[in-house]
Design a protein around this ligand. Structure first.
Ligand SMILES: Nc1ncnc2c1ncn2[C@@H]1O[C@H](COP(=O)(O)OP(=O)(O)OP(=O)(O)O)[C@@H](O)[C@H]1O
Ligand SMILES: [Mg+2]
Length: 299
């Protein structure tokens, strides 16, 4: 990526452009308008790039008001710190965005895989109602060509991005969505003392914390239901335990409760996954009770 210099044609190599200016266009130009500039190359290190914050469309940036830790400086550099987790459909990396010698923040970068066979095992029920405006895209997705894979991974990234914003704005505890750029979503890194927060499935909470956590999920699921949506793949693997606080992740399959005929089936499954885990840990909860309570808030 190249930074856009004021007035420069960003498609042109700045070095070439500079030469052209020197040789061909200097005649007749007031000297005071002629100045030297140094082309800004990519940062030296591999695994670094200029911050992509300003190169994405405004709509591809997270909702306002923005948390104050979001780094928006044009001088910021993104540094790849390493891989956090390889999943079935995406890989999650740690990326630090910072101004050399200044503010910086570590974020999680979820990158949807495009080459391998990925999202297609997902039930078609999830994508029901998706409209693909360009018919070539629709045909490619259907044909599962490699172009189709690219389109599909972009669609999954997009739908996770949309869900992250929607959940965030509904007050549901999800990582703050910083930006989307193609198949990459940058979001808040959920951590405990700088280490990645464990998944709920890996924890062994004491009784009072268990209850506290269940109440958080119950209220988060309530907020979603009132907003007319369900997570669609909620389980102890897609919930992170950041100390006392739970954070819900992995939302590309979020479903509309009214718009999708199987919406309530997905909601029931979310309730079952959650309640089964809490019950196994010793809390007397019931999925049907939770489901009924959520449905009452949804419609
Ligand atoms: N914002 C985040 N902060 C901290 N850790 C995260 C974050 N997002 C994802 N992770 C880690 O990466 C893992 C995979 O993320 P996610 O579930 O979104 O992707 P996935 O491709 O669906 O993976 P899987 O197939 O394992 O479910 C999570 O279980 C979690 O451990
Ligand atoms: Mg997951």
């Amino acid at each position: 990526m190249m930074h856009d210099f004021a007035g420069a044609d960003s498609d042109a190599d700045p070095a070439t452009q500079h030469r052209t200016t020197d040789v061909d266009r200097l005649d007749g130009i007031d000297e005071s308008f002629v100045f030297d500039f140094e082309a800004l190359d990519e940062p030296d290190d591999e695994g670094q790039r200029w911050s992509t914050w300003l190169s994405v469309e405004p709509l591809c940036r997270g909702p306002e008001p923005r948390p104050d830790w979001v780094v928006t400086s044009q001088a910021a550099v993104d540094t790849e710190l390493g891989i956090l987790k390889t999943g079935k459909e995406a890989e999650v990396f740690l990326v630090e965005r910072g101004v050399p010698g200044g503010e910086s923040v570590v974020m999680a970068a979820k990158r949807y895989k495009s080459r391998e066979h990925t999202s297609f095992h997902r039930s078609g029920a999830y994508t029901e109602g998706w409209s693909t405006k360009r018919s070539r895209d629709a045909r490619a997705v259907k044909a599962k060509s490699s172009f189709g894979r690219e389109v599909a991974s972009g669609q999954w990234a997009n739908s996770e991005w949309t869900a992250l914003k929607r959940f965030w704005e509904a007050g549901v505890p999800v990582p703050y969505p910083v930006q989307i750029d193609g198949t990459e979503i940058l979001m808040e890194f959920i951590s405990v003392d700088g280490e990645p927060a464990p998944r709920l499935a890996q924890t062994r909470p004491a009784a009072d914390l268990l209850e506290h956590w269940f109440e958080q999920l119950r209220s988060a699921m309530g907020a979603l239901a009132r907003d007319g949506v369900a997570h669609g793949d909620l389980s102890p693997y897609n919930i992170l335990a950041a100390g006392e606080r739970l954070v819900i992740i992995d939302l590309p399959q979020a479903v509309d409760l009214a718009g999708n005929v199987q919406g309530t089936d997905f909601l029931m499954r979310d309730c079952t996954n959650v309640c089964t885990w809490f019950r196994r840990k010793g809390l007397a909860v019931d999925e049907h009770e939770l489901f009924g309570e959520l449905l009452a808030q949804a419609f």
